[in-house]
Design a protein around this ligand. Structure first.
Ligand SMILES: [Zn+2]
Length: 125
């Protein structure tokens, strides 16, 4: 089992436009709890690292060994992202460079995984 994570800050919001902010915050909280519970059973996590607000998700990924973690991110603020990753002791985790926002890449990774059970090492342009 693998899990593809994308933080919901910015325009990538969960159920955007359909539910109020308060409700959405609650749902994200529930999602987060579920995620923490299932973490020990995951073979791999794919984590999207945005330009800001990724500390939480990186800290979560750090509960797994680096060999089970793939970070996906664009090159905006890359030194800062790398610093967070190194601070979390995940220097050996796999990286995939993606477009800004990472939507296309995350979608392709997810679809490919659902179809083949394999994680792509890179996403075709
Ligand atoms: Zn970018």
């Amino acid at each position: 089992m693998a899990l593809v994570l994308q933080n919901t800050k910015g325009d990538g919001g969960l159920n955007r436009g359909h539910i109020g902010t308060e409700r959405r915050r609650e749902e994200i909280g529930i999602l987060w709890e579920k995620l923490q519970e299932s973490l020990p059973y995951l073979d791999h996590v794919v984590v999207y690292v945005g330009a800001s607000g990724s500390e939480r998700v990186i800290a979560l990924a750090a509960q797994l060994p680096a060999s089970k973690v793939t970070f996906v991110g664009c090159d905006c603020g890359l030194p800062n992202k790398e610093a967070l990753i190194q601070a979390a002791d995940l220097d050996d985790a796999r990286r995939i460079l993606c477009e800004c926002g990472g939507r296309r890449t995350m979608k392709l990774l997810f679809q490919n995984f659902m179809e083949t059970g394999e994680l792509l090492l890179a996403v075709p342009a």
